[in-house]
Design a protein around this ligand. Structure first.
Ligand SMILES: [Zn+2]
Length: 204
């Protein structure tokens, strides 16, 4: 068993609320679409990040500080990943010949990103790698947040203060919110709506 503490970025890309509303008979189509979409996300993210694992409808990835030459490139990666995700969902929809709810819902699918910067332990047991630590837990807790409730946004990128400061991004262009979690306390977050960015990127 090998353990080492690392510092870097922790990223969770989470496809929101798909399988939950799909009826039992439509699960097969939902699963197939999800696999395609997760593959698309993984392919893009892995150009810069190490994929840790698949967690249901989410992809958990990280990058050690030392391996990321420019923190700004992480923002670009999020934009690019969002674009390929939405394009893929729309292509799957356009190609679908089936009227089931899973197939019809493809254009409404969305993707949210949670980004944190902190410490983590890479534990390797019998060749299987796992990431551990308080910052890893925090990242996962952030997936449950008040963003949609407060703003109506469904596709967004949420950064912790630590995550955003490292990237030297302009805080002004983000919506600041405070989330509160049991045992972790209050967490300052900075959120960006990805829909207008998608439209902008598609029109340019
Ligand atoms: Zn279908």
């Amino acid at each position: 068993m090998e353990r080492k503490t690392q510092t870097g970025y922790l990223i969770l890309a989470d496809i929101s609320g798909y399988t939950s509303f799909v009826a039992q008979t439509e699960i097969e189509h939902a699963d197939m679409a999800l696999s395609f979409l997760l593959e698309t996300i993984i392919e893009k993210l892995s150009s810069l990040l190490t994929i840790s694992k698949l967690e249901g409808d989410a992809v958990f990835a990280y990058v050690e500080e030392s391996k990321l030459e420019e923190a700004k490139s992480l923002l670009e990666l999020i934009d690019q990943t969002y674009v390929v995700f939405r394009d893929k969902a729309l292509t799957l929809y356009a190609d679908a010949t089936c009227p089931c709810r899973a197939c019809r819902a493809l254009p409404t699918l969305d993707l949210k990103f949670m980004v944190h910067h902190g410490e983590f332990i890479i534990q390797q047991v019998a060749g299987i790698r796992d990431l551990l630590g308080t910052d890893v837990n925090l990242l996962h807790r952030l997936a449950k947040n008040r963003v949609s409730e407060a703003t109506g946004w469904k596709g967004y990128a949420l950064f912790t203060e630590q995550g955003l400061e490292r990237m030297q991004a302009e805080k002004d262009s983000f919506l600041q919110q405070t989330e509160s979690y049991e045992h972790l306390g209050e967490v300052e977050t900075y959120v960006m709506d990805l829909h207008p960015r998608y439209e902008e990127m598609k029109s340019s």
